[in-house]
Design a protein around this ligand. Structure first.
Ligand SMILES: N[C@@H](CCC(=O)N[C@@H](CS)C(=O)NCC(=O)O)C(=O)O
Length: 244
């Protein structure tokens, strides 16, 4: 079980600019695990909120999640985007063992965090794009990302056959970053029966109360059903590439 740092009295809430997607859920889950006070600022990425000036003032990349910590490293307002940077920041800020202090354990944790950021996230995201979002179904692209999604599940299954958690014996931010991408495997054509170690790990993490609270954040705003043409235009149309 993780040793999350106790939240000191009187800490000002961290603003989380977010939406109920895997990258948003990582930060929601971590905040819940750490017991840090936070407020949610919904950024409806299907309606174009990510292009609003107030959000662009926090992140030039117009992607959720981003945070505003009123009590940053110098004790002053501090903004941060990129989910892994946010996770490292929050774990270090609280001295949590969710980012281990021991050097070898810490680098293994960062290794699997980078594996999520550079592999699982982008590849699963491209699978979603071509298989679920793109109006035109391109067989080559769907096959390419179907294969990558399966390959990455095999890598995870091998690791989790040898270790309870991604970084080693303890639950860490690497697990928190990866878990939201493994939830709802049917959306990626994945049957976890073929990846028993991933399923054991998934079920262990899914049972954690903080994880359940984290994935519930903004769940009432989650899209049910297929992407609409209007959402497609916002996310993949001209607007996306017009931001300066
Ligand atoms: N590498 C970024 C990826 C963030 C990202 O892709 N966020 C998506 C939602 S999961 C987003 O904001 N999409 C808005 C858009 O595509 O316009 C991170 O980990 O924070």
């Amino acid at each position: 079980m993780p040793a999350a740092a106790a939240a000191p009295e009187g800490r000002k809430p961290i603003e989380v600019w977010t939406w109920p997607t895997p990258n948003g859920h990582k930060v929601h889950i971590l905040l819940e695990e750490l017991g840090l006070p936070y407020t949610v600022v919904p950024v409806n990425i299907g309606a174009g909120d990510q292009f609003k000036p107030e959000f662009l003032a926090i992140t030039p990349n117009h992607r959720i999640p981003a945070i505003v910590d009123p009590e940053g490293p110098e004790g002053t307002r501090f903004t941060l985007f990129e989910s892994a940077a946010i996770m490292i920041y929050l774990a270090e800020k609280t001295g949590s063992t969710l980012l281990p202090a021991n050097p070898a354990a810490r680098y293994h944790c960062l290794q699997w965090l980078m594996f999520q950021m550079g592999g699982v996230g982008p590849m699963f995201g491209q699978y979603n794009h071509f298989a679920n979002y793109a109006a035109e179904k391109l067989p080559y692209a769907i096959e390419r990302y179907t294969n990558e999604v399966a390959r990455l599940h095999r890598v995870l299954d091998k690791r989790l056959s040898a270790s309870p958690y991604l970084a080693g014996p303890e639950y860490s931010i690497a697990d928190i970053a990866t878990f939201p991408w493994i939830r709802n495997p049917e959306r990626r054509g994945i049957d976890l029966a073929h990846y028993p170690a991933v399923r054991r790990w998934h079920d262990t993490i899914a049972a954690r109360p903080a994880v359940q609270r984290g994935v519930a954040v903004l769940s009432e705003r989650q899209r049910r059903g297929a992407i609409t043409d209007a959402e497609r235009e916002v996310m993949f149309g001209k607007k996306q590439f017009a931001v300066r």
